[in-house]
Design a protein around this ligand. Sequence first.
Ligand code: KE4
Length: 428
Amino acid sequence: MTASEFDTTWKRAQQLIPGGVNSPVRSFRSVGGKPFFVDRGQGPFLFDTEGRRYIDYVLSWGALILGHAHPVVMEALNRQILLGTSYGTPTPGEVELAERLTEMVPSVDMVRLVNSGTEATMSALRLARAVTGREYVLKFSGGYHGHSDSFLVSSGSGVATLSLPDSPGVPASTASLTLVLPFNDIDLLRDLFKEKGSQISSVFVEPVLGNSGLIPPEKGYLEELRSLTSQYGSLLIFDEVMTGFRVASGGAEEKFGVKPDLVTLGKVIGGGLPVGAFGGSREIMSKVAPAGDVYQAGTLSGNPLATAAGNAQLRFLQENDPFSELEGSANQLSSGIVKILRNGGISACGSSVGSMWGIFFSDSPVTSFEEAKAANIENFKKFHKACLRKGVFFAPSAFEAGFVSTEHTEDVINETLEIVQSVVSKGW
Ligand code: KE4
């Protein structure tokens, strides 16, 4: 595709699709400029329709832990595609994926497959409300749990207030049932549970906040969440759509040793195809239809193509256990970028947890979404644009975590750091 063909196609996209994209963050609106169309992905690389190569740290927003077009995933899909794409009946592949998830995720004895993270969290909330008979749900500012109405809310202030809709179309009555607190603030948590604990059905938390940039839990925070929810009879729900199989093989619950009542999953478990899941104890999950009366359904849930890709990707993780290498790559990258920025006189801090990483253009470590918003977003935008021009694709938002894959070898990380060094030396 030539540059003018790109312009024509991008124009058509914006005429036919809202903002030209099928998910807002892809529009590059929060960093300025235009997105690029991808022609193909290979390992750690994306190739756009004008032939440019990018080292990809978005990896389909975390889904591609084995990189693009990994042979084990491609072989599984090629085998399945010849047998058909969807049957609307049970298949052995769904049982295999359920087995893998119950083997790998400590809190999961039973699981329901859905088609996205949004479906997983929406369904888990309905289940939590049914099991507890309570309506309030608590989330944390900067946490993203998909786009169902109950989660599209914003806090009215730093303390838990009845939330306000964060999007037109979300009824105030729905939003008011969602309470919002700043992440990592134990005192506010204790105060809220003292006031409303007996009315809270569930707490949804990204155990490592990945939708505000990368913000790890402070020491003891997840344990306090577990203790308060147990004390007041609320369900603790780890939204591990992003952290699942990323911060450890068994997700954040394995890494931090805190066991939730329910967990929601997505991204990695589909190998790049649409798969979400929610799971937990047999006692709670048996309430889901048709075993129980909490309704949840989906035409393409457990789709044979998606389960083929998900099983292939998870099987590779189980058989090869690449987690220490992944952790090493993410740490080498984030600490390397921070070092280059600081040596260039630019305020920066960063961290990594498993194969997720993040940097903030801030003097001090960021522990909440409120602090993330106070970082230098303009510097992030300049950094993003300058690196993109040199062939490194970071998430086009200051409030997204970065990822690495098994294909981001030492050479790829070093090439990235050389590009970052050249960007900082030349002054963006
Ligand atoms: P999906 O419905 O997009 O599959 O999953 C929603 C979701 C739920 N929970 C967490 C912790 C998530 O991170 C997500 C989706 N993540 C975003 C990126 N941070 C997806 C990218 C996009 O919206 O295009």
